[in-house]
Design a protein around this ligand. Structure first.
Ligand SMILES: Cc1ncc(COP(=O)(O)O)c(C=O)c1O
Length: 453
């Protein structure tokens, strides 16, 4: 690895890839004539059926949804969260009738381009996060104002015929509600419930990138064996299912991915939503023509998942490694940055411990820090760190919702003064070193530095 430390990169260290397990899964799948026959031909539109079954069973055991076991009809296999976001927009949005794309800010910046590609340039709007995940009242006011103005300005004409498309949503909300990229915040259950009610009022589809949920560990280290981690917060799609009729479209899609828990190169993910949404999603033109994306790789991942090798890899390699790096990062922030006024700003703990034996989780790939006003702006610190200390990190302004000037303005008062730090790419010593040298980019004032060390 080069001496340049990159705490921006949201990629796993290559040593964490389950290459051997994938090699075994590949050989075993392709040497089985029955599997090879179905793996090497066009696949079903909804995805490789045994894999959909394995995914449904695995998600059921992980999330334990309040409505019970997840039926296979709620699952479609995708080419990963990015590819599927584009597919969702092809099927459920229309640049003429879908009024606005609402993005929880700070946002996963690469999603902005996917929305722009779908015809929404200039119509992305930020919704600020707060301690509990999203400022619902801000969104409610904007929606109400926007709908009023739209009603005064006349009717929009659809580009896509409703008969073919089935359902076009008037609004779309994009977010990562658990261990968010970039803020690391997790939305509480009551806020998720309020958000769902709002989506129903305004004909809004929530696209929830649930890609970091599986990487969770106790936020604080404990030696006690009786302590258990608080249960996982229900996904928006679980709450939606629990409160919708079986024949409704619902208002949410869970956009899942194996990029963070197997390897990004596999380009495989899944979507979970109402049966109607899943069926319609699988009927987009490109899928109808070629079958579900990433079909061959899906058959390999099915082997990995159904044999238990994937969960073992997540538990024994990924969670152990990331948990340990997380602790090093937290300790380094406390040692090197907090004395200078830098704060960890990842929101309120979303699960309240039930008792002394319950501990809240941390997880995902990132943490977020905020610089105090007396330091230079985050982009200046980031530039100095890169040019002078060979250290890269993602600074706040990168997470502004593209094309929304008010999002850029708000960033200056909040997340723009911060940075996202990732523990996925570097080993512990490099993380520690990165945080230590970051301080040098805060100031040219050698007096401050000598006071510290
Ligand atoms: C929130 C979020 N969504 C989607 C992706 C990309 O997922 P995929 O590799 O499945 O396209 C990432 C990767 O960084 C992410 O952080």
């Amino acid at each position: 690895m080069s001496s340049h430390i990159n705490l921006q990169l949201g990629w796993p260290t290559p040593r964490l890839f389950p290459a051997e397990q994938l090699a075994a899964a590949t050989t075993s799948s392709l040497l089985d004539p029955e599997i090879a026959k179905s793996a090497l031909i066009y696949g079903p539109d909804l995805g490789y059926t045994p894999f959909r079954e394995s995914v449904a069973e695995w998600l059921t055991s992980f999330y334990q949804p309040p409505s019970g076991a997840i039926p296979i009809d709620r699952i479609a296999i995708t080419g990963g969260a990015s590819q599927n976001l584009a597919s969702i927009l092809q099927v459920f949005s229309d640049p003429n009738t879908t009024r606005r794309i609402w993005m929880v800010e700070p946002t996963y910046f690469l999603a902005c381009t996917i929305f722009q590609d779908a015809g929404f340039a200039g119509r992305l709007r930020g919704v600020p996060e707060n301690e509990h995940g999203i400022d619902i009242e801000f969104l409610r006011k904007k929606l109400s104002k926007f709908e009023y103005e739209a009603s005064q300005n006349g009717v929009y004409h659809e580009i896509k015929p409703t008969t073919q498309y089935g359902k076009i949503f008037r609004h779309i909300l994009y977010l990562t509600p658990t261990f968010s990229n970039p803020s690391a915040k997790t939305m509480s259950t009551p806020v998720r419930q309020q958000l769902l009610s709002l989506t129903r009022e305004y004909d809004m589809l929530i696209i929830s990138d649930d890609v970091y949920d599986f990487l969770r560990w106790p936020a604080e280290e404990t030696k006690s064996t009786s302590v258990k981690m608080a249960p996982i917060t229900p996904r928006l799609v679980d709450l939606d299912r629990a409160t919708s009729s079986d024949d409704s479209w619902g208002n949410s899609i869970s956009n899942g991915s194996f990029s963070k828990i197997v390897a990004p190169g596999v380009r495989v993910g899944w979507a979970e939503a109402s049966t109607k949404i899943i069926l319609r999603l699988s009927q987009n033109g490109a899928t109808r023509s070629g079958g579900a994306p990433s079909h061959l790789t899906s058959t390999f991942l099915d082997h990995l998942l159904s044999s238990g090798a994937m969960q073992k890899h997540i538990d024994e390699i990924l969670i152990r490694t990331y948990q340990s790096r997380y602790r090093v990062l937290m300790k380094a922030i406390k040692t090197h940055l907090e004395p200078l006024g830098v704060r960890i700003t990842t929101g309120a703990p979303y699960t309240v411990p039930e008792d002394n034996n319950t501990i809240v989780p941390a997880g995902g790939f990132f943490t977020y820090i905020t610089f105090p006003p007396e330091l230079p702006s985050a982009d200046v610190i980031a530039k100095r760190a890169k040019d002078e200390q060979a250290l890269t990190f993602a600074y706040g302004a990168m997470f502004v919702v593209k094309g929304d000037e008010t999002s850029a303005e708000r960033s200056k008062q909040g997340f723009g003064n911060g940075a996202r730090l990732c523990w996925a790419w570097h080993e512990e010593e490099e993380i520690e070193k990165g945080l230590k040298v970051m301080v040098e980019a805060f100031t040219d004032n050698s007096i401050l530095l000598s006071a510290l060390y």
